[in-house]
Design a protein around this ligand. Sequence first.
Ligand code: NAD
Length: 505
Amino acid sequence: MSTFSENMEKAERHLARFRENGVLNRIDGELVPAAAGAYFESISPVDLKPLARVAHSGAKDIDRAAQAAKAAFPAWAAMDGSKRKKLLHKIADAIVERAEEIALVECMDTGQSLRFMSKAALRGAENFRFFADRAPTARDGTSLRGPNQLNLTSRSPIGPVGIITPWNTPFMLSTWKIAPALAAGCTVVHKPAEYSPLTASLLIEIAEQAGLPKGVWNLVNGFGEDAGKALTEHRDIKAIGFVGESRTGQLIMGQGAATLKRVHFELGGKNPVIVFSDSDLERAADAAVFMIYSLNGERCTSSSRLLVEASIYEEFTAKVADKAASIKIGHPLDPDTVIGPLIHPEHEKKVLSYFDVAKKEGATIAAGGTRHEGPGGGCYVSPTLFTNARSDMRIAQEEIFGPVLTAIPFADEAEAIRIANDIDYGLAGYVWTADITRGLRVSDALEAGMIWVNSENVRHLPTPFGGMKHSGLGRDGGDWSFDFYMETKNISIATAPHAIPKLGG
Ligand code: NAD
């Protein structure tokens, strides 16, 4: 493993091209500035200094990209699935080759620590491989027999699609959305988040260098309210795969109404981790700490609500507070760092504001609760634990999206379930108990799309990923992704000369 100073030196080398040339759009295989010639500045959360000038695109750029995606669609959709599979594996190989570069750039753009980002690039490659392997069978369907009829279903790619991604772990999330779209035979217009646009440029460059035909994948940078909105409103874009805040999902649903856009939403979360007194407390504490403080707490599936059985509440929260206090905060490229700076000063302000909210609401700050003076002077926040909280407090209801955990005691199983479900969100849940029957019973009662019992979030790509309630619409993973990116057609064939009702004559 490289040292901190070696990482810094390598990161600077990889960032130089962005500092010099900025971040452009990539449409129909060409690197192009925004049509209006406008740029915005992207800063690093480490030192708040400019990283790159980024194309500030609007409706014209989106239209150009949508036209390119539309023109490329027939040939890409018609390409044999096995050929698409080969190409997508080549992209995965190229991601692995450039994993270090991707990770270093991602760290400086997002503030995420290298210990996690080095794996994120490799997971991105795995996403491509997983869907690549399924490309040859994506169009397959089933046959269903009726009386005197044989029904055949088959799927075909829906058309050019828009992918809109958030600023947290942008590289991995972009691959998660784009790989299945390409494997299904769709062409893509990608609009990455304005706070962390750098690795989306690397990703499309890698794909085109690996041989992806021009126009199959197009990248348009810009803000949500102009480039993002235009993408969701474009009539040639048949579906929108969106990852971001619940409020933005609501806006997109409205924006897409006029063109009856198919939408897939992966939205916010405020996920409960329920700890019963019979569980392995050390493992449960490690998992809760990992799920809230890794990735700076900027993670949709973070275990941000800790529900602890009253009899062990003091002991367990003290354990979590101790662990939180010993987590290393530091520069993202320092190999020892766990928590780096939050994405942006605006987001830091939002996260810090909850410390006052907690005090006003009468909760106790058992760990953290302060800004941290970290290297570079960026947006560092210390890992924080609120105790003596109630479910009706804002700190227990709102997605803070930082290294901030709210711990609530519960008396019994029924109360644990009631508190866990007493929220608009429903993305993930975690249950810790030695009684597997209870684990199953509680999981069954939780209003969330994904539950892990006696485990932190361990992803298995064939399983469905997504949320209920305000946390999302639809599922990704396995075949679920293809269901979204493809149309299903049923063909019904008469197998015998059945009686047809005669009307007239
Ligand atoms: P955001 O909703 O602010 O932005 C996400 C993307 O949407 C950005 O690219 C943005 O430019 C774009 N956008 C904003 N307004 C738009 C509009 N009106 N029309 C079209 N596009 C628009 O989210 P964020 O702050 O970047 O990301 C953090 C959020 O993402 C959190 O709520 C987090 O929970 C969620 N998230 C969810 C998952 C999941 O799988 N459920 C995964 C990661 C992040």
